[in-house]
Ligand binder design. Structure first.
Ligand code: G6P
Length: 612
């Protein structure tokens, strides 16, 4: 978490940095700050969002062709002006921005205090910059050398950029387990936590690898070395991102824009992979590792948050269509419980950002144990996509709203394609059903568009639930993980307590909560568990719960018993989650909006969780 941006070149650094920080605000928005150099160094920082910083610096000297900026998600030290980045060394000479955690900061701090250092903030970052400054002074080292030695004493995760006011012709950056992208322009350089701040300035990028230090200079030269001091030949890639995708356009919020993008993003995920008329489905990521994937004894899916819900749907899909055993794990649990992972397992990581620390660590563990690792990732060039043996991008484009929507349906689409591909090849899907599924898949984008037509109905419905304190979400089969996802969406952005449950499990506890004040969202589409879920609705109604049912278009049974019904188009059962999640995304959006919540930047959350 935290977003960092730096610039060195001939342009004014401040506007570039501020624009970049706004694009990175999804990573954290507890405080923001910039350091700019022009004859002298100026550091401005403020609690709150990037816009609060912008108001704070109005009228101040913002000149400088070199600068660093930060938007924070607090780990060490409460969100306030003092703990905001950048932080400076004791003599005010070095300034740092940092994303990550210095785990051994307390020991380092104690040693530095003994040497006479005093600290103004509660952050681990300030400890790091004092350490670098001390090392540099002691032996009169070059900044990059002092950084290298300091980092050898540091335990933790970091992406850092340092500006030295005694040598403002260069910036020194380094990373370990936190992302950092270098943008190369005409005699200018950009450094950022992801590539979005670079869009519009340059399309030449280098994704720094773990344990690398970069030095970029205002004469247009740069050098990348490993922590072992070996010079690296940079792999310069072309960035494929356009500004339109980073802006809200006519939408009030990114979340709404991203919900509405789903017909296109799902189609993009299928593009070049499915052709129903010609009767084929291709998954390049599987093809390149076909032998190991087809001989795998089991699949383990590791993920966090919404991506974990997509993985649960993956379990249903893989087991039903391809008849392969699947285990779904919270990455944070998998990595710490000495799991049994073998060489003939395939571990699939699902991650929108491709940077989630726990997911990354679980993958590293699986790799050590010899499993094949496969990524289902949105962010191109991200850390996870780079350590996997193979994978499938979901091609949803940048997702900026903190609550994940289009990435979820992208992940589910990729898993669906994989399950069908493997099922057909393994002979667990009969030919006629295979063709039916391909045809059904191609209709999904249009059906998602149709599902979005419930928006106005949901907007009106949302006004009835502004003062709700608790909500229950129920589903069975494929719709059980969708219930979990619906509940997560509601609590993330509206701060209403919500729980998702398998509908039948309701009897083992949650039913005790049901009374006339309890809204119960039931996903009751017309497939295998239809009668069962209808009975569950009766059980809720018998206790006077308020039932909001998501049903298949044309349903006449459930609308008789539910208080409110929302229709979605019919589809093949394995594709149901792609449609049933749509009204739940809209419901949480409209309830949160009606409650006056910040939909795109909910409190305490961040989109990319790069700390464990
Ligand atoms: C954060 C985000 C969620 C996301 C989760 C996993 O909590 O707010 O939206 O689902 O991280 O992130 P990933 O990028 O790995 O999918």
């Amino acid at each position: 978490m935290c977003g960092i941006v730096a610039y060195i070149g001939k342009k004014e650094a401040y506007p570039i940095i501020i624009k970049g920080l706004k694009r990175l605000e999804y990573r954290g928005y507890d405080s923001a700050g910039v350091a700019l150099f022009n004859e002298d160094l100026r550091v401005y920082k403020k609690k709150g969002k990037v816009n609060d910083l912008v108001s704070f610096v109005k009228g101040k000297n913002l000149e400088g062709h070199v600068g660093i900026g930060h938007t924070r998600w607090a780990t060490h030290g409460e969100p306030n002006d003092i703990n905001a980045h950048p932080h400076t060394s004791d003599d005010g000479r070095l300034t740092i921005i940092h994303n990550g955690i210095i785990e051994n900061y307390a020991t380092l701090k104690e040693a530095l205090i003994k040497e006479g250092h005093t600290f103004t903030s509660d952050t681990d970052t300030e400890v790091l910059i004092h350490l670098i400054g001390t090392l540099q002074d002691k032996d009169n080292l070059k900044l990059e050398e002092a950084v290298r030695i300091a980092l050898s004493q540091v335990v933790g995760a970091y992406a850092i950029v340092i500006l030295d006011k005694d040598d403002p012709t260069k910036l020194v950056a380094a990373r370990k387990a936190s992302p950092l992208v270098l943008g190369i322009g005409q005699n200018e350089f950009f450094l950022a936590s992801d590539a979005t701040p670079l869009v519009g300035y340059t399309s030449q990028v280098v994704y720094l690898n773990d344990e690398e230090i970069a030095v970029v200079s205002n004469d247009g030269t740069f050098e990348i070395k490993t922590f072992d001091n070996e010079i690296q030949t940079p792999y310069v890639q072309r960035l494929n991102m356009n500004i339109e995708k980073l802006e809200k356009g006519d939408y009030e919020h990114f979340m709404l824009k991203e919900i509405y993008e789903q017909p296109n993003t799902i189609a993009d995920c299928m593009r070049g992979r499915v052709n129903a008329a010609a009767g084929w489905l291709k998954m390049g990521g599987i093809e390149v590792q076909e032998e190991r994937i087809f001989n795998a004894k089991r699949f383990i899916m590791a993920a966090c948050g919404t991506s974990w819900h997509a993985a649960l749907i993956g379990e249903y899909l893989f087991e039903e269509l391809a008849r392969i055993p699947v285990e779904v794990e919270y990455a944070s649990e998998l990595r710490y419980r000495n799991p049994i992972i073998n060489k003939d397992d395939v571990v699939i990581a699902l991650s929108q950002s491709g940077e989630t620390a726990d997911t990354m660590a679980a993958l590293e563990l699986a790799k050590e144990k010899g499993a094949l690792i496969y990524g289902i990732v949105n962010s191109v060039g991200s850390s996870i996509s780079r350590i996997t043996d193979s994978g499938s991008y979901i091609h949803a484009g940048p997702e900026i709203g903190v609550a994940s929507t289009k990435a979820f349906t992208g992940q589910v689409t990729a898993l669906t394609l994989m399950a069908i591909y493997m099922g057909y090849k393994r002979g667990t899907i009969p030919k006629s059903y295979y063709h039916q599924l391909l045809e059904g898949l191609e209709k999904i984008p249009a059906k998602v568009k149709e599902a979005l037509e419930c928006d106005n109905q949901i907007k009106k419905l949302a006004t009835k639930f502004i003062n709700t304190n608790h909500t229950l979400y129920l589903g069975r089969g494929y719709n059980f993980p969708v219930a979990l996802e619906g509940a997560l969406k509601l609590k993330e952005i509206s701060y209403i307590h919500a729980e998702g449950y398998p509908a039948a499990e309701m009897k083992h506890g949650p039913i005790a909560l049901i009374d006339e004040n309890m809204p119960v969202v039931v996903i009751a589409t017309n497939k295998s568990a239809y009668e069962k879920i209808a009975s569950n609705i009766q059980e809720v109604k018998a206790r006077k719960g308020i039932v909001i049912a998501i049903v298949t278009k044309g349903d006449t049974e459930i609308s008789k018993i539910a208080d409110y019904t929302i229709e979605i188009p019919d589809t093949e059962e394995p594709f149901t989650p792609l449609l049933s999640v749509i009204p739940l995304q809209l419901l949480s959006y409209h309830i949160a909006l009606a409650r006056g919540c910040n939909v795109d930047q909910p409190r305490n959350l961040a989109k990319s969780v790069t700390v464990e």
